[in-house]
Design a protein. Structure first.
Length: 412
């Protein structure tokens, strides 16, 4: 068992004979040196986000003022890193104390159409558009339609309810538009990539509007970050990354399944999926992330994981204490059903010679979720260094974007 702040990792089932031990790889030490250099240089700002209490306090004040104006709903337009983090936070922690949130990412006409109704109450609705580059096609398309609809309903007063999160740079068309129309602008941190931005304004602003304790999120992440700066390669995230590296390079495990055992963490697996895929999948390297959910996928996927190709690592996420308690008439506790099911799945995989490990949270709170975010950000950064890929770009995304623009006649 490897312990960290508010988080533990049971790696017993990650050991394969002849595959090495966590922390043995010389590559881990080199990776740590590279990450320390990145942090010192300030070129990757996600290391420092947990310490930005000033921004968090400002967002709390802003959210309180917005709710005081009678805002009841928020429509968040964004895709990938611009909405997965906020969606994860709200799915895990939203208790209905703030505004009600609708997420729009895909330009699916059947999802957007109901919002075009003349009876929709735009006066009590906030429109939040998030795009780091200010050029995201899907986000811009949805925003164009909804802004037009809001203006038709409220006139120029609609602009008061529009918030834009984007890079504060001169060639950003969304920023230029926001300044022209007097939208509210919240700067996206320049040194933080979209998939690393969950603990910035990108995730914290929607969370604050929903009434979630965003300083609690930062506190948990800060504890994880401070422990890493103190412990180095002995830290839980570094050790986790080392084991994944050995599984990929020596064990030929090309797929990573993340399986939380609480419904409120279902969206976390999708946040992880983008982080892992877009950061590590380069130059023929990486491992394919699968978002899963226990116990549901014990009844749809575990057969494959046990008896199919031995090319996977499974990481379970368990929670020791639940906020609510339910028992069957015979006295069987639901939380125990989940826990024993997870333990049974882990044991079954190990019996079949399948690598797996379990991350354990004491409970799901702002602090533990913040720590879990920072844990995976650090682990991904380590693994990128060990695999010798740039974890912070996404060249494989660009070709598809260019062809899409050509097919739509947006470029010649």
């Amino acid at each position: 068992m490897i312990s960290g702040p508010r988080l533990a990792y049971d790696e017993a089932n990650m050991r394969e004979k002849g595959r090495g031990e966590a922390g043995e790889s010389e590559g881990l030490k080199k990776a740590h040196e590279s990450l320390e250099a990145l942090r010192a240089k300030g070129s990757q700002g996600f290391f420092d986000l947990p310490f930005d209490e000033k921004t968090a306090k400002g967002l709390e004040r802003m959210a309180k003022k917005i709710r005081g104006r009678g805002i009841k709903k928020m429509i968040l337009i964004g895709i990938g890193g611009s909405n997965l983090g906020a969606k994860t936070i709200l799915s895990a922690l939203d208790e209905g104390k703030g505004v009600e949130t609708t997420f729009l990412d895909n330009p699916d006409p059947e999802s957007v159409f109901p919002l075009l109704s003349p009876s929709f109450d735009w006066k009590k609705t906030l429109l939040v558009v998030i795009s780091k580059s200010g050029r995201t096609l899907e986000t811009t398309a949805i925003f164009d339609v909804l802004w037009k609809t809001a203006k038709k309903s409220l006139g120029d007063a609609a602009n008061e309810n529009i918030f834009v999160v984007t890079d504060p740079i001169s060639d950003n068309p969304l920023l230029a538009r926001a300044e022209k129309e007097s939208f509210h602008v919240l700067p996206h941190p320049l040194t933080v990539g979209g998939r690393f931005s969950v603990l910035s304004v990108v995730g914290l602003f929607p969370a604050a509007l929903a009434g979630i304790d965003i300083r609690g999120l930062l506190k948990g992440a800060r504890e994880m970050e401070e422990a890493w700066r103190k412990e180095g390669v002995k830290h839980i995230a570094a050790q986790f990354a080392s084991l994944q590296y050995l599984a990929i390079t020596r064990g030929k495990k090309q797929i990573h399944v993340l399986m939380p055992y609480q419904n409120r963490l279902k969206e976390f697996a999708f946040w992880f999926r983008q982080l892992w895929a877009e950061s590590l999948g380069k130059e023929g390297k990486g491992s394919t992330p699968i978002a899963s959910l226990g116990t549901v996928d014990q009844h749809s996927q575990i057969q494959l994981y046990n008896d199919g190709p031995n090319d996977k690592v499974v990481t379970f996420i368990g929670v020791e204490k639940y906020a609510k308690r339910v028992k069957t008439p015979s006295g069987l506790d639901f939380a125990e059903i989940l826990t024993r099911s997870m333990q049974g799945a882990a044991h079954g995989l190990a019996e079949h010679g399948r690598l797996n490990g379990t991350l354990q949270l004491p409970s799901l709170t702002p602090e533990t979720l913040g720590g879990l975010f920072q844990f995976f950000l650090l682990a991904t950064a380590y693994l990128g260094e060990m695999l010798e890929v740039n974890a912070y770009d996404q060249p494989g995304v660009e070709a598809g974007k260019k062809e899409t623009a050509r097919l739509l006649g947006l470029v010649s």
